[in-house]
Design a protein around this ligand. Structure first.
Ligand code: ACM
Ligand code: ZN
Length: 747
């Protein structure tokens, strides 16, 4: 290997205790007990059953699973035989499997038998074309009663066949709640016979936003998009889910996220003005008017919805409903007055309570997003906590049931990887490991209040997911990590989970042609500050993994190629001249997967930053973040920016020696929808000089702010000031703004 100046390879032999032990259960989610016993049970002719022991539907499902996963069939009167025993007085969902000369399954209920069958599928192995099962004893039951996955079919429509496949995959991992987000601004997806325009008009939009919501100028795909499910199709999906022991919870959004319905029936808005179905994302000011006529309309819609869904719950939304129109609307103000309400928040509470009472007459209960806490929770509502855990905690303390679904761990529309190779997503960063860390029960709750937590759920919003292939990519394998949290009484550590996942389950997903994300298999790329520049290290879960590395310099003809072993590192030396662009690519020799880094080599590359005000821990993913040569991307991808929630931000950097600084560039993120705003003022102090040493930014209206200096300096202190609160008229008004910075470039 050549040894150019800019590159020094240090060999660090890391050690890795990757799990070799094979006594853990191959089943995911991991069962409560798995004990191997000596011997293997071979299945040369398939499996025998006494069909009289099975219910008709259980037998159909069992045969379907056997043929799908193992191309096997059941026969009568051969060995081994599956013997079933129904247990009385054991918790619903519990089962055991004993594998020796035959297979003995005990189960509490039909759903428990179904879970046993799914587990059995995962125990059957193939060796030289022979099917066998390792002798073992399995005992199992779920931890949480609510193990949910959500799907938004409004932002992009998915067919009945695609929804069924979604359910099939959920069933493998013992999810039991399918939250079907059927209505939103961008499309109404359920046939309502009393209001045909909901689907003739509300199910279709003329165009769809291309690129990210925050990318300007905006452009649109000018193509009609839409679709809906007929009531017959809805029944078909509900029955299909039921056979897989999954309850379908429909969501009919109110009072916000209702533009598609109001496009069809503008008379139920405050203004009455007809507007089309929007092809752009976000939160819209037009919501259902709180007048009696709108409530009557929604009750009639719910009359039909409740007939189609046998489950106990209807989700009524309740999130992101601006009160702008309600505050202006005479009819809404009249409802406030007549009912002696304080304000528009109490009006929302009144609205939801009316719906709750109506649904109660049909033996249905409501779930709402955590905004339904504002203005007072209706008496029997279950809260789905999405803006973190706080709403869920508050609801538990008020003795309401809660489903935890915080954005930090459960939003599968977030990015799952750090490389530039990830497809466009809404933002945020929720890796497989982060999902695995999810615990629906926060520390703040005592045992009695924690009992109100029914479980958890991941949400799949589809603004940026237009195909089923991409949906699979976003959902898997993260959904499997979530299933561990929701099912396991005691989940194994992440490394063990990862090894079970990669040893069997990913292959199974390959056989089912699931387009799962391979991002979790990529080595971590760690950057660190160093005396001479930026240190780059690859860290793989597989100690033996090697990488072909290539460095391409903007102004050099020849690339630099070398092999990098796990945990070896190299250093990009800080530029001595002009800023220089460098592309670094790594290709794994094991998986063939590729990751790229684009590095801007500037005068502060790899310089440590000393924070005098602390960043928010949620948005502080690497200590080298502000000087790692990589500007945070636009749109926001969650991990690359350092985030502050203080009004003053102070930090310092110290260069190795005094240099002449022409100007300093600071990049900020502007993402108003996420309450991330540009600062008000940037002050840089040249600490190497006593006088005339303060430099202020000019106008702050672009995302890269240049502060001119023209002085020699070694040490700089940055002081950044933000608005105290977000001004009226902007998203998040009244709250503290967030400030996201990356990177500091010195010229
Ligand atoms: C939500 O993500 N708006 C519930
Ligand atoms: Zn109104």
């Amino acid at each position: 290997m050549s040894k150019p100046l800019a590159l020094l390879i240090y060999i660090l032999i890391g050690f890795h205790c990757f799990l070799q032990n094979n006594t853990y259960s191959p089943i995911l989610p991991s069962p409560v007990v798995y004990k191997q016993t000596p011997g293997k049970l071979y299945l040369p002719q398939g499996l025998s059953i006494k069909s009289s022991q099975f219910s008709k539907e259980a037998l159909i499902q069992f045969k379907l699973l056997l043929s799908t996963f193992h191309s096997l069939d059941t026969k009568e009167a051969i060995r081994p035989l599956i013997r079933l025993r129904e247990l009385k007085n054991v918790p619903n969902g519990s089962y055991s499997i004993a594998i020796s000369d035959d297979i003995f399954i005990s189960y509490a209920s039909e759903s428990a038998l179904y879970y046993a069958m799914q587990s059995l599928m995962q125990l059957i192995q193939t060796e030289n074309d022979f099917k066998y099962i390792q002798n073992a004893f399995v005992q199992d039951y779920p931890k949480f009663e609510w193990r949910g996955l959500h799907l938004d079919v409004s932002r992009h429509f998915f067919s009945v066949e695609e929804v069924k496949r979604y359910l099939d995959l959920m069933a493998i991992y013992k999810f039991n709640k399918f939250h079907w987000h059927l209505t939103d601004d961008q499309g109404w997806r359920i046939e309502i016979k009393a209001f045909p325009k909901l689907t003739t008009i509300g199910a279709w939009r003329d165009s769809t936003l291309l690129n990210h919501y925050t990318t300007t100028p905006r452009s649109f795909k000018k193509e009609r998009h839409g679709g809906f499910y007929t009531q017959e199709e809805i029944k078909e999906v509900v029955a299909y889910a039921g056979k897989r022991h999954i309850t379908v919870i429909p969501e009919i959004e109110m009072p916000g996220h209702s533009r598609a319905a109001l496009a069809a029936y503008p008379e139920f808005s405050c203004t009455g003005i007809a507007q089309g179905v929007p092809g752009i994302w976000g939160v819209f000011e037009d919501v259902y008017c709180a007048k009696e006529e709108s409530l009557t309309f929604l009750k009639k819609v719910l009359d039909e919805v409740t007939e189609l869904f046998p489950g106990e719950y209807i989700h009524i939304g309740g999130d992101e409903a601006p009160k702008t129109q309600w505050n202006k609307c005479e009819q809404c103000q009249e409802v406030i007055k007549v009912n002696k309400l304080k304000d528009a928040h109490e009006l929302q509470s009144y609205f939801i309570t009316q719906i709750e009472k109506y649904l109660a007459t049909k033996n249905k209960r409501i779930i709402g997003w955590d905004e339904i806490l504002e203005g007072g929770l209706s008496p029997d509502a279950t809260v789905m906590s999405w803006r973190g855990f706080d709403g869920g905690i508050e609801a538990c303390k008020k003795e309401h049931y809660v489903i935890m679904s915080p954005g930090s761990h459960c939003y599968f529309d977030h990015y799952q990887g750090k490389t530039n190779n990830e497809p466009l997503a809404i933002g945020g960063f929720t890796s497989l490991e982060k999902v695995y860390q999810f615990n629906p029960i926060p520390k703040e709750l005592d045992a009695a209040h924690a009992n109100y937590i029914l479980g958890g759920q991941a949400n799949l919003w589809t603004e940026y997911i237009s195909t089923f292939k991409q949906l699979e990519y976003m959902a898997y394998p993260r959904a499997i990590a979530l299933s561990q949290t929701l099912w396991c009484t005691e989940k194994p550590d992440y490394e063990t989970f990862y090894s079970i996942l990669s040893n069997g389950h990913l292959k199974q997903l390959d056989l089912l042609h699931v387009n799962y994300s391979k991002t979790s298999q990529l080595a971590n790329i760690n950057t660190k500050t160093e005396k001479k520049g930026l240190r780059i290290e690859l860290e793989s879960k597989d100690q033996e993994e090697e990488f072909k590395a290539r460095i391409q310099y903007q102004n050099k003809l020849e690339d630099l190629d070398f092999i990098l072993k796990n945990k070896q590192h190299f250093i990009i030396e800080r530029t001595k001249n002009e800023t220089q662009k460098i592309k670094v690519s790594f290709t794994s020799s094991k998986t063939g997967l590729n990751s790229d880094l684009l590095i801007e080599n500037h005068k502060a590359l790899g310089i440590p930053v000393r924070y005098l005000t602390q960043p928010n821990q949620q948005y502080n993913h690497s200590p080298s973040i502000l000087t790692d040569g990589q500007r945070g991307s636009q749109p926001w991808r969650g991990h690359e920016w350092i985030g502050f929630d203080t009004n003053i931000i102070v930090f310092e950097i110290e260069l190795p020696k005094k240099i002449k600084i022409k100007h300093v560039d600071l990049s900020f993120l502007k993402s108003n929808g996420s309450w991330i705003y540009l600062p008000n003022e940037i002050k840089i102090e040249n600490c190497s000089k006593r006088r005339n040493n303060i430099f202020l930014s000019q106008k702050i209206d672009t995302e890269i702010i240049k502060v001119k200096m023209g002085q020699r300096s070694k040490k700089l202190r940055f002081q950044i000031q933000t608005n105290k609160l977000i001004p009226i008229g902007l998203p998040g008004n009244g709250h503290k703004p967030w400030t996201f910075i990356d990177e500091i470039v010195i010229h």
